[in-house]
Design a protein around this ligand. Structure first.
Ligand code: IMP
Ligand code: MG
Length: 182
């Protein structure tokens, strides 16, 4: 089956993703002018968004990556596993965590807590997608690309069991895909 065949509906089109990145990039460039911006992307889901957002940022910045995981199939396990730390020293940096999707909020609260002890000047969050229906932690993103309904989405970096990341848009995963895995 091709990745396209597993999609029930395109939720955020390529054109809309381009617009979202341009808008967020403009706002971030303005807000972080003269600061010490360090964009921290969360592997692996946020890499495509990070790459596109980065090209829209015009102020000085550095980038780095962290890796965590909490998902198995379409369900969060509620336990965040820390897999890769930063290479850049965050001391004195204005960290902007770049996430693919804010769902329960468990991952981001965990990351904010981990980074809070590292002497960063500020820590903020930019998420491409916000799925507020399922929130379990008291966390809000400072920059949001698009608020989405409570659906499991894939594409543009987001995966279902490591598949579908290569789709150029964000789509709702057809339930037949995860039902056939049960
Ligand atoms: P949270 O800890 O529940 O907020 O989940 C955050 C992470 O779970 C995201 O960074 C994604 O990697 C993954 N995730 C949450 N919802 C979805 C989804 O609809 N599709 C794919 N991955 C998701
Ligand atoms: Mg993620």
């Amino acid at each position: 089956m091709s990745p396209q065949e597993g999609i029930a509906e395109v939720l955020v089109s390529e054109a809309e993703l381009k617009e979202i990145c341009a808008g967020l990039g403009k706002q971030i460039s303005k807000d972080y002018q003269g600061k010490n911006l360090l964009l921290v992307s969360v592997l692996k889901g946020a890499v495509v968004f990070m790459a596109d957002l980065l090209k829209e940022i015009t102020c000085e910045c550095m980038i780095d990556f962290m890796a965590v995981s909490s998902y198995s199939g379409t369900k969060t396990t509620g336990v965040v596993k820390f897999k890769k730390d930063l290479d850049v020293n965050p001391d004195g940096k204005d960290i902007l965590i770049v996430e693919d999707i804010l769902d329960s909020g468990i991952t981001l609260s965990y990351l904010k807590k981990v980074l809070a002890d590292r002497n960063a000047s500020s820590i903020k969050v930019c998420t491409l997608l916000d799925k507020p229906a399922n929130r379990k932690s008291d966390i809000k993103a400072d920059y949001v690309g698009r608020v989405i309904p409570d659906e499991f989405v894939v594409g543009y970096g987001l995966d279902y069991n490591e598949h579908f990341r290569n789709l150029p848009y964000v789509g709702i995963l057809s339930p037949s895909v995860y039902n056939s895995d049960k």
